[in-house]
Design a protein around this ligand. Structure first.
Ligand code: UDX
Length: 454
């Protein structure tokens, strides 16, 4: 099938490269000429494992352009995957989506095109996009868009750092439309993922236990709500274990064992029960805020989702408080922070806990020493006022510090020679914000090991 993807961020680029790999003819459109130039040269503008391998494997089916006219007119399916950043009131900023929908509406010219919203949008936006598309189409073509255009939602569940695997081997595919023809087109588009009949790429083999992928085919509003319900649930699972973690610290229980013993109940599940400094990233914060704000439009409060956000915010403050308990005085101290990206295997710094932690340290008079193996350059650009605290290597961070906080559990940090590096520290205190380090080994080397809870 012929596919166009508008927006080459994490979602758009992964979707485009994956569909091209599966054999569809894909045109990726982005208004940023620099990004398009890089992509044409086979380089990815974002750090995502296997993405460049996938771009190379799919290159025969993949073109990149800044022009809607190059990809949209004959497309069977157009994915819109532009950014929808949060406004101060928690609602997403839909300006980019509006202008993308207008441009798509002006350029579609095939017999029938399904326009799929991949951007995370408030529930009900499908109808709004539909209206914009139709107006733009009718203005340009002077004819009704009836029977020419379908609008669908196909929510995205990919995680940064494992985006390619999540797209080729998903837990499920959700499609929603009020138009049966659109649902039928999308089911065809995803056929080889649904029955897993494509040849798995050598660099990312198919998981052994993966069978057919379930399809949830539903109406537009249900598909839109599924995205929010899933992300909010994952966010609250993490906040829940962090809330239990607080109590575990008080009663002298080991939260990692509590999480394991709880999660092995198959009704609960052990994933997303990893305690620590909490969640960051572009989705959980934004989606929980948008869910609360949509509910408010219907005069409904969402206390559970609100609490998940409050607990998550508290975790960030708790990191510095934990250190304060130990050091007594934080002013004038040098504190190492390992990891800036919101999680390992990405250079994404959106809503990253490390940024709040570094700012709190500075505000309380400490001098942080910051490092990230991949996101440092991006950090320098995006947080210029904190750039002076960046170190060139993880080893540099240890030099002369009073304590080290592990904020992002990059394997690079887990593999450091901690016993040797201890000699460079002023006091060998480590706060493991992710329960990722080997406590027994560190203690044996002479470290004072602190976790978030004990
Ligand atoms: C998330 C959803 O998982 C994905 O389905 C959706 O499409 C986009 O949002 P992402 O933000 O890429 O994906 O990362 P994810 O792996 O979910 O991690 C989010 C945050 O939660 C990270 O900061 C991570 O460190 C934290 N986390 C995750 C925990 O603190 N504990 C856990 O058990 C899992």
């Amino acid at each position: 099938m012929k596919v166009s993807v508008v927006g080459t961020g994490y979602v758009g680029l992964t979707t485009g490269a994956s569909l091209a790999y599966l054999g569809h003819q894909v045109t990726c459109i982005d208004l940023d000429p620099k990004k398009i130039e890089m992509l044409r040269a086979g380089r990815s503008p974002i750090f995502e494992p296997f993405l460049e391998d996938l771009l190379a494997a799919a290159s025969a089916n993949l073109t990149f352009t800044t022009e809607y006219a190059d990809g949209v007119p004959n497309a069977d399916v157009v994915f819109v995957a532009v950014q929808t950043p949060s406004l101060p009131d928690g609602n997403p900023d839909l300006r980019f989506l509006r202008s993308a929908a207008e441009s798509v509406g002006q350029h579609v010219a095939g017999d029938y095109t399904v326009v799929v919203n991949k951007s995370t949008v408030p529930i009900g936006s499908g109808n709004w996009v539909d209206a914009i598309l139709r107006d733009a189409y009718e203005e340009r073509h002077g004819a009704s868009a009836d029977g020419r255009l379908g609008v669908a939602s196909n929510p995205e569940f990919l995680r940064e750092g494992s985006a390619i695997g999540d797209t080729l081997y998903p837990d499920r595919i959700v499609i929603g439309s009020d138009d049966d023809r659109s649902l039928e087109v999308l089911t065809r588009l995803y056929r080889t993922v649904l029955d897993q009949s494509f040849t798995a790429p050598a660099f990312l083999p198919r998981p052994d236990d993966l069978g057919a992928v379930p399809l949830v085919s539903t109406d537009l509003a249900s598909a839109e709500l599924i995205k929010y319900a899933a992300n909010a649930f994952l966010a609250l699972k993490i906040s829940y274990i962090n809330e239990i973690g607080y109590l575990a610290g008080k009663v002298g229980a080991d939260i990692t064992k509590v999480a394991r013993g709880t999660g092995l109940d198959s009704r609960i599940g052990s994933r997303f029960l990893q305690p620590g400094v909490g969640w960051g990233g572009s989705c959980f914060g934004k989606d929980t805020a948008a869910l609360i704000s949509t509910a408010a439009e219907y005069n409904y409060d969402m206390p559970i989702v609100r609490a998940a956000r409050e607990v998550n915010e508290r975790q960030r403050g708790a990191v510095v408080d934990r250190l304060l308990d130990e050091l007594r005085i934080i002013k004038g101290r040098r504190i190492g922070v390992l990891g800036l990206a919101f999680k390992p295997n990405t250079d994404d710094l959106r809503d990253a806990p490390a940024i709040d932690i570094a700012r709190t340290l500075v505000a309380r008079g400490a001098r942080p020493k910051l490092h990230d193996p991949v996101a440092a350059e991006r950090f320098r650009r995006e947080q210029p006022d904190l750039a002076e605290y960046l170190c060139d290597s993880a080893e540099d961070v240890f030099d002369g510090v009073d304590a080290i906080i592990l904020v992002t559990e990059w394997s690079h940090y887990l593999e450091l020679d901690w016993a040797k590096l201890m000699g460079m520290m002023r006091t060998p205190i480590v706060l493991d914000g992710r329960y990722a380090l080997d406590r027994a080994r560190l203690e044996k080397s002479g470290y004072r090991y602190l976790s978030m809870t004990n």
